[in-house]
Design a protein around this ligand. Structure first.
Ligand SMILES: [Ca+2]
Ligand SMILES: [Ca+2]
Length: 356
């Protein structure tokens, strides 16, 4: 879209008809989360699910390349330093991987990467090397004195520009319970988009994988990881299920800075009218082009035509009124992406659950 809206041309009825046609098409295409998961005795048991998830996100693996790349994904194996590396603890927030666009926060006392002198967290408990196994050898990851941590996304680099991704997945080791280990996916506006337990399998030194991406345009600003039902430290006895993490795999982080959409992610009554407001006034450079999608389908022209006719559209704030009953019941995701004069892009999305 061109963000300088002209007010000539189509009348508002045409705009709404266009938008309506887009909604009908987009509704047919509505999907949502794509889940890849597996659990088993060894790396081979989850390899296909991991590879399918990588394919969902697309390539290449952008490693530590600074800035948000046009395509691809990021991965963290924790294996830098190799076999000789010492077990290392980090304070929260842990910014070590900000160059890959991820910062870790925990309510516990910190986070740790496993290593010598007793790999697989034998430093936390001497039984753990017989409990846990690596997917990518040799190092693993955990939060300390808690089973809870959050992954926040930033534009890869200094970790100062908030960003969002299209999907996130993690490998876990030794998930023994169907309800101990979970991923929660939150939109940039803070609303919960989806949550799912990580698949389990009996035995020790097993591996599990859960990866979720979104194909209707949703983006994730934060992932909460609940890893097992207790903090690492004790022996795994009784109902305790200790779980630690290996590889993180996630979509390329794209800045959300200065771009917002309301209504935010929420339930909306079909009986009510509302205005879609896209606010791009906080962008750090001038917009060059952009795209609006509804449920994954391009509705840029319809949205701009609607906004051009509506009161309340001025400068970099775009308003499109939605009449009562206009959107069918169900989930609808509106995503806006803008390319700036400096070549960077900004992207945000909301999901409305329309209820009767
Ligand atoms: Ca590893
Ligand atoms: Ca366990």
């Amino acid at each position: 879209m061109t963000l300088s809206v002209t007010r000539k041309g189509h009348d508002r009825a045409v705009a709404l008809l266009l938008f309506a046609a887009s909604v009908v098409c987009a509704n047919a295409a509505a999907a949502g989360q794509v889940v890849r998961e597996a659990a088993g005795a060894d790396a081979a048991a989850i390899q296909a699910a991991v590879d399918q998830f990588r394919e969902d996100l697309g390539g290449p693996n952008n490693g530590t390349t600074s800035g948000s790349q046009a395509m691809g994904r990021r991965e963290i194996t924790w294996d830098g330093g190799g076999d000789a590396a010492l077990a290392t603890a980090f304070p929260s927030p842990m910014t070590t991987f900000a160059n890959r666009g991820a910062v870790f926060v925990t309510p516990g006392t910190g986070l740790a990467i496993s290593g010598q002198p007793m790999p697989e967290f034998g430093d936390l408990n001497v039984t753990y090397p017989n409990q846990f196994a690596a997917f990518s050898s040799p190092r693993l990851f955990t939060a300390l004195n808690t089973n809870v941590m959050d992954v926040w996304f930033f534009v890869p680099g200094a970790g100062t520009v908030p960003a969002a991704v299209s999907g996130f997945g993690s490998v876990f080791t030794d998930v023994d319970s169907a309800t101990s280990t979970k991923l929660e996916f939150y939109a940039p506006d803070g609303a919960l988009l989806y949550e799912r337990f990580v698949p389990w399998t009996a035995g020790n030194e097993t591996l599990s994988f859960l990866g979720v991406s979104f194909d209707a345009g949703e983006v994730i600003g934060r992932v909460r990881i609940i890893s097992g039902n207790a903090a690492p430290g004790p022996d795994e006895t009784g109902d305790i299920d200790l779980v630690v993490m290996d590889d993180f795999i996630y979509g390329e982080p794209v800045s959300t800075l200065g771009l917002s959409v309301v209504p935010s992610t929420s339930r909306l009554s079909r009986a009510g009218a509302f205005d879609i407001v896209v606010d791009a006034t906080g962008l750090t450079a001038s917009p060059v082009s952009g795209q609006v999608t509804l449920n994954g389908l391009d509705v840029t022209q319809a949205f701009l035509t609607c906004a051009a006719q509506a009161p309340g559209t001025q400068g970099s704030t775009f308003r499109c009124p939605i009449a009562r009953g206009f959107l069918p019941s169900g989930d609808h995701t509106l995503q806006v992406e803008v390319t700036l004069t400096d070549g960077t892009r900004v992207r945000n999305a909301v999901r409305w659950t329309i209820v009767p």
